[in-house]
Design a protein around this ligand. Structure first.
Ligand SMILES: [Zn+2]
Ligand SMILES: [Zn+2]
Length: 388
């Protein structure tokens, strides 16, 4: 029976010693095996994972490696469990924890910084200077579950209390997995200045972050909010999440369309979520002079950028990593107040045992999949359940 010294457990939530966990072997190769249930240290809790969403970054990690960094290198054949967009129930408390109770439902953000570098001290824990230093002789307490430490494609995981976000009973498991995605969009808008009420915003790229970026920008009072992309079905979801206009860039020049829809002027902010090679040069032409561009996606190859246009027009560029400055808490506040319905981007649910199928749906966009969720319990294996 699981009873590590110094860790508080409760009879109401019995914990096994061993759990099922997916482990990454060679690129693209995942096997389901057994692992010991991890033990929370100081300021950490043990979360029983109830649902995990698959992210495009998980696919990057599973097939290519970066941005995961395990023991300072590629994540392959190191017993690593990926997965980072999960939610669950607190089932054990590490030493010193009284901020959360056993039985409480939570969702998680990814990055627990070291807490002792200058970036962490400023709330920029996703840019922690001690990123990945959590093994061996040097252990700074840093965790980025699914990136530098074991993640969520398993039954239990350890989380620093600073990565937990309490969720209301009414929020479904599936919706709760989307808080961190909305939180990433919120962080982007935070870094752009945050005061977007009445300001014009373009979101380029209707992936999960872009779609929830539309929802968050609208909830913050932006107007107009214009979404650009290439897939009509996703643009329609963006309109359902509050976009004032959607532009299919296969049919219309994106820059011209944005100016036309914004009374002939450039917009105040662009949140770039497409990662397209032409995206930066288009974004800097979509904003007005002095406008701000947030880069939340990246192309795989280096691309030329028109620096002269940026300088002459005093345009600001921000690269953002993940979900800093407690943005997930602010995103969750919008979601629990039902300011937007994030479940519009959830399309499929599978059992944890069917993770390879779930990954195929996410990767190949089978049946127009957007957010695919796996659940450790309550969903029969090898049986797809349509989203509600
Ligand atoms: Zn993600
Ligand atoms: Zn740090």
């Amino acid at each position: 029976m699981y009873a590590p010294a110094g860790v508080k457990t409760a009879a109401s939530h019995p914990i096994p010693d061993v759990m099922k966990a997916w482990v990454l072997g060679d690129p693209g190769q995942l096997t389901l095996g057994d692992k010991p249930v991890p033990v929370p240290k100081r300021a950490e809790v043990l979360v029983r994972i109830d649902a995990v969403a698959i992210c495009a970054t998980d696919l990057e990690i599973i097939y290519h490696g970066p941005p995961a960094s395990i023991q300072g290198g590629l994540p392959f054949n190191k017993g690593f469990t990926p997965g980072h967009e999960y939610m669950g129930t607190v089932v054990a408390l590490g030493p010193g924890v009284d901020e959360y109770q056993i039985g409480q439902r939570v969702t998680v953000e990814i990055h627990a910084g070291c807490g002792q570098c200058k970036r962490c001290r400023a709330g920029m824990y996703t840019s922690c200077h001690n990123y990945g230093l959590n093994y061996g002789d040097v252990d700074k307490g840093h965790r980025a579950n699914g990136f530098t430490t074991d993640g969520g494609f398993c039954e239990y995981q350890v989380n620093n209390i600073n990565t937990l976000v309490a969720i209301p009973d009414e929020m479904s498991d599936e919706e709760a997995t989307l808080v961190v995605t909305a939180g990433t969009a919120m962080y982007g808008l935070t870094e752009l200045g945050g005061l977007v009420a009445g300001e014009s915003v373009v979101v380029t790229g209707p992936g999960p972050i872009g779609l929830l970026g539309v929802a968050v920008a609208k909830a913050l009072g932006a107007h107009p909010v214009i979404l650009t992309g290439t897939r009509d079905n996703r643009l329609a979801i963006g309109l359902g999440l509050g976009a004032d206009y959607a532009v299919n860039v296969r049919r219309e020049d994106a820059v011209e369309a944005v100016r036309r829809l914004n009374a002939g002027k450039g917009v105040d902010y662009v949140v770039e979520c497409s990662g397209a090679p032409s995206a930066v040069n288009e974004a800097i032409r979509m904003v007005n002079r002095g406008g701000k561009v947030c880069l939340a996606a990246f192309p795989h190859e280096e691309t030329p950028v028109d620096v002269a246009h940026i300088v002459r027009n005093n345009i600001y560029l921000y690269g953002i990593r993940g979900e800093g400055k407690s943005a997930t808490h602010r995103a969750e506040a919008f979601m629990s107040q039902k300011r937007f319905d994030a479940t519009k981007i959830h399309t499929h649910t599978f059992a944890l045992e069917d993770l390879p199928t779930a990954i195929r749906y996410a990767k190949d966009r089978v049946e127009d999949a957007i957010k695919v969720v796996v659940k450790a319990r309550g969903v029969p294996a090898a049986q797809k359940v349509a989203a509600e």
